[in-house]
Design a protein around this ligand. Structure first.
Ligand code: CAA
Length: 254
């Protein structure tokens, strides 16, 4: 048990499976997750990466509380930086990433989900940043990514209360892209992955780069980068194929 990576038909699937702790992340889980992410980044064949928890009860129930319970301040900082670096590696994957949330996404679980590009939740999913109930704060990016994703009002509500939020509440806050009935979750995620795969890999990669860089800086700098990457698209055979296919009234082959 731990983290497994399978790659099939352009789709990488990362499954975090620690049933005895509702998939909570200890050091070993984070190390394995980083190895899986590195393998995906080094595999040019992968066009979508899916992250999910093993079993149906939990996506990830956070960082492992037993593992953290006797940490010193220095160890806590090191652990936070390590988790941040793994989740940064996920957010820096060139291919689009989808978090599939079928149960508890708590603390580091929500932070993992928001390190992915898209979040598809089962109607049974629930989300929380319960760290203040443990005397700590979110440490794997939650104070930063959550605020950027759903705005300071909702982020502060989640972080200050530690309350659990249903999938539908998460949808209303913009925390998830879609809520799907539990038995249709995998089917919907597969369809979404196929839809992404049908597009130009080069176009999607450059679009992700423009969006991610744009989020870090000013509108002007973001627009400059967009123009440069837009131009770069015209050096790619995929632009020729995409536009030729349109003119010839056929589907493009990427
Ligand atoms: N760490 C370690 N063990 C955990 C865990 C966690 N985050 N979450 C669950 N488990 C373990 C439980 O201790 C329990 O183990 P035992 O069977 O050995 O007692 C097992 O998983 C099953 O859990 P429960 O019996 O508690 O199941 P439940 O259905 O009654 O409750 C739950 C489920 C609401 C998720 C509850 O387990 C819970 O509140 N877990 C803690 C969630 C949490 O606070 N997460 C945030 C961690 S801090 C963090 O993530 C910091 C950060 O930013 C990186």
């Amino acid at each position: 048990m731990g983290v497994t990576l399978t790659i099939d038909q352009h789709i990488a699937r990362v499954v975090i499976d620690r049933p005895e702790a509702l998939n909570a992340m200890n050091e070993s889980v984070l190390v394995q997750m980083k190895q899986a992410v590195d393998s995906i980044q080094n595999n040019e064949n992968v066009r979508v990466a899916i992250f999910m928890g093993g079993g149906v009860k939990s996506f990830v129930a956070g960082a492992d509380i037993n593992y953290m319970s006797s940490m010193t301040p220095l160890e806590g900082e090191k652990w936070g930086k390590f988790g941040q670096s793994v989740f940064m590696a996920i957010s820096e994957l060139r291919c689009p990433t989808i978090a599939v949330i079928q149960g508890y996404a708590l603390g580091g679980g929500t932070e993992l989900a928001i390190s992915c590009d898209l979040r598809i939740a089962s109607e049974k999913a629930c989300f929380a940043q319960p760290e203040v109930k443990l005397g700590i704060i979110p440490g794997f990016g939650g104070t930063q990514r959550l605020t950027r994703l759903i705005g300071p009002g909702y982020a502060k509500q989640m972080i200050f209360t530690g309350d659990q939020f249903s999938a539908l509440q998460a949808l209303a806050m913009g925390l998830v892209n879609e809520v799907v009935s539990h038995d249709k979750l995998i089917e919907r995620v597969d369809a979404l992955a196929q839809s992404i795969i049908s597009g130009s890999p080069n176009g999607i990669r450059l679009a992700k780069e423009a969006i991610e860089h744009g989020l870090q800086g000013s509108l002007n700098k973001g627009l400059q980068l967009e123009a440069a990457l837009f131009g770069l698209c015209f050096a790619s055979p995929e632009q020729r194929e995409g536009m030729t296919a349109f003119v010839e009234k056929r589907k493009p082959k990427f």
